[in-house]
Each structure stands twice: as structure tokens, then as C-alpha cells.
Design a protein around this ligand. Sequence first.
Ligand SMILES: *Cc1c(COP(=O)(O)O)cnc(C)c1O
Length: 502
Amino acid sequence: MGSLPLDALQPLDPDTFAADSSAVVDFLAGYYRDVDKYPVRAADLEPGRLRRLLPEAAPEFGEPAERILADVRRDVLPGLTHWQSPSFFAYFPMNASAAGFAGEMLSVGLNVVPFMWVASPAAVELEAVVVDWMARLVGLPDRFLFSGSGGCGGGGGGGVLQGSTCEAVVCTLAAARDRALGRIGHEGIVKLVVYASDQTHATFQKGARLVGITPANFRVVPTAAASGYALTGAAVRAAVEGDVARGLVPLYLCATVGTTGIGAVDPVRELGEVARRHGMWLHVDAAYAGSAAICPEYQGYLDGAELADSVSMNPHKWFLTNMDCCCLWVASPAALTAALSTDPEYLKNAGGGKPQAAAGAGAIDYKDWQISLSRRFRAMKLWFVLRRYGAAGMRAHIRRHVAMAEWFERAVSADERFEVVAKRRFSLVCFRLRGGGGGGDAMNRELLAAVNASGRAFMTHFVVEGKFVIRLAVDGAMTEMRHVGDAWELVQRTAEQLLQRR
Ligand SMILES: *Cc1c(COP(=O)(O)O)cnc(C)c1O
């Protein structure tokens, strides 16, 4: 098939749609079949490679899908780091699944935009249902649900699906800021102080900057090995009391359940009590480990969540939901919408049809719960995953990964050349070759670089108390025990070669 004449362009012709989409599905099925044969990290790390391969300008006339897919295979795949490889253990893997893909396909194909209830009522209502389902699954208290145990409209709170924790954190910071400024006046913004630990995700600092917190008022509370690198109520209280004594206003405390670096868990209840005493907004960031809380054995980590103002987690990390999907729950939707709502004339006509008492029934204007106006129909994807695998299937998925991480942790502990650096709680193992001082760090850096250069596995690192540690995050959808076993063998063999050379 040659070029496509302009007058024949029918972008949504159902037959072409079916043909092109099936070609893509076949392409992806083949990719998933072969993905373990690719070097996990992009083999060709030379910058500018793709620009040299591709033409200077866009084609003047359209081309058939097959030709484009052939170029994806030839030019793009070799330059990708394969996040769906079963031997991808870096960062936190981003989950994909047949159900996540099917739901995403539906969402992308329907392409509705649920920014207000009337703009697509069932899409908005499905989102409200699905965030309530998720809240129940992870054991959140009723105050974060649209429908609490009291029945219709009983929860008082509610949730929204956003694209990332970064966005969710910015929204809650804005809500907390405006609530505080309503009390102390807008000039008081220079007095607002936010608190987090030295393990908190960097997104929090960025969010605080974005909402106008003075950089000098960003407190990084140090953590230590003795507390498992968790914040302690005492340390936060000391920092807060010092600030109050200097006339500053404590605004916001970020607690993390499962930190990115080493999987540390801040004590939510203890921190909630400090936050309550000082009128601070408490946010619980459970981006990665929140998924584990669907298993009763991990729900204890969210104990005290009734003292929080907001909680977030990313189903796209460990909940088989393709990018992107972040659940944000708030106890007071009014605090969120007070900071984020807009009411332009061009949207008013559309809002006219909303039933008065419909808010409790899910008639939500989600545009007022987030930064952007237009938004994706993410609920379809998460709903599809929950329906397709069920709570029991999802618990099995989490436990399977934890069991593999446990095996790796035991293997590392049994080899006296290595040490496990921080306590493993979920599916993240932090380890290193023993050996103190800067020499030890250099050796571990070399070990990680050699493991990744092999293309047989991909891991990343973190630095704890000045020590370089290697992170193995086991949560890829296709990862099986044999891949974790191979990764350990690769680490051992590479370490042997390194140690021999020294
Ligand atoms: C991954 C992660 C984030 C950032 O999530 P995004 O959705 O990429 O913004 C924040 N906090 C923790 C604990 C994380 O693990």
C-alpha cells in the first residue's frame, strides 16, 4: 500500500482501526514473548543514535501501519530499556498486564473526558466506585470513602485517579496551603513550614517549591538505622516546636509507607498525633507499598491513617495497572476543591444538568480535584484489573513477589561476602558487598555497573548513611523465580571476578 491521498483520510474508519490495532496487538504479543531476550537496559547508550536513523522531517504522505511497526522493531526497540523485562529490577518496575492493557485500550478507544459529571457521567461514577473499592481493599478508614459504612454519602471523603504521585502531592500541598492561609492571611505564606524525612521522595520538595513554600522552610528530618530509617514522632515534634517558637507555622507533614530508596516505613499514627496537635496536614505517600496493603499482613503499616488528611498510592507501580494511575484519597474534598476549583463561563452550560443531591451518588466535578482540566478515563483500566484478577488474584500477585524477594534476601544473607543493608519489608532488597570505607563503595559501584552492562538484569542503587547499596526491586509482572535466581547468580559471578582482580 502506497501513500494515502488526503481526501481518503478517515482517521476512525472502523475497518482500518481493527486492522491497525490488531497489528499492534500482535506486535506486542510477540514483544512480550521475546522481551527476556533483549538486553534489559538499552544496549546502545550513545546519545543521538535515533536522530541519526530517522529523517529530518515528518513524511508528507501517510504510510501503512506495518511499515511504521517495522521501524519500531528496527530502530526504536534496540534503544529502549525494557521495563517489562522479567529481569528488570531497577527503580520500581512499572506494572503492565493483559487486563491493564485491555482497560487502557477501552479507555483510549472511548476517549471520553470525565472532567465534570455531565461531561461523561458513567466515567465519573466509575471512578468514584473504583477509588472506593481500592480504599476498602487497602483498609483505609471510612473518612476517605465517598460511601462510608453509614451508607449513601456516609464517608465524607473521597478519591480521584491522577497521573502521578507528584501531581497528587502538589494538589494536597495547595489544599493545605490555602486552608492555612485562610486562617493566617495571605502574607503569612512566608511562615509556612513543611516536614519530611531524608528518605522522602524528592517529588515532595518539588511540590513544596511549586506551591510557594519558602525553600528555607523545608525541613528534612534526619533518620537513622536504629529506627529503620523511619521518621520518629519525637524528631518531628522537636523540629515543629523549634519552628513554632520562632513564630513559624507548621503546614504539612509527609509520611511515607515504603520509601523509594530502601522501603522504610514511617509510623503513621505517631506522626498523625504530632500533626493533629499542631494543625498540620498529614499526607501518607504509599506510592509503591500501598499495593501490598491489600494483604491483611501489611495493613498494619497504614494503622493511624484516620489521622491523615490524604493518602496516595500508584497502581501503576505494583498493581498490574499500566501507566499511568495514582489513587489520591482525601478526607476533606472541600479543602481540595477550594484550592483547585475553577468555574469558567464556557463550562457552565454543561453543568446545568447535574442533579442537586447527586454529589454523594458520585456526581463529582473531577476537574476541581486536580491540576489540569482535561483528563483520562483511568477508572476503566483500574476497574478492568480489579474485575479480571479479583482481590484474591491481586493478593497472590503481591505475595508471589514478596516470596521471591525473601528468597533473594536469604541467598544474600547466606553468602558472607555480602550483607543485606536495610530490613526488607516488601519486595525490595538492598544489599552490598561487605567491605568498609570508600573502597567498599567503589567495589559496589563497579559490581552494579558490570551487572547492568551484561544486559542480563538491570538494578539501580541508593546511598544510605553514605554507603552505596544495590537495590533489587522484584515487582515486574513477568518476573518469575528463575529470573531472580539468575540475577543472584549473575551478581555472585560478577562479584567473584571483581574480587579476584583485586
Ligand atoms: C515512585 C514514588 C513516587 C513518585 O511517583 P510518581 O507517580 O512518579 O510521581 C513518590 N513517592 C514514592 C514513595 C515513590 O516510590
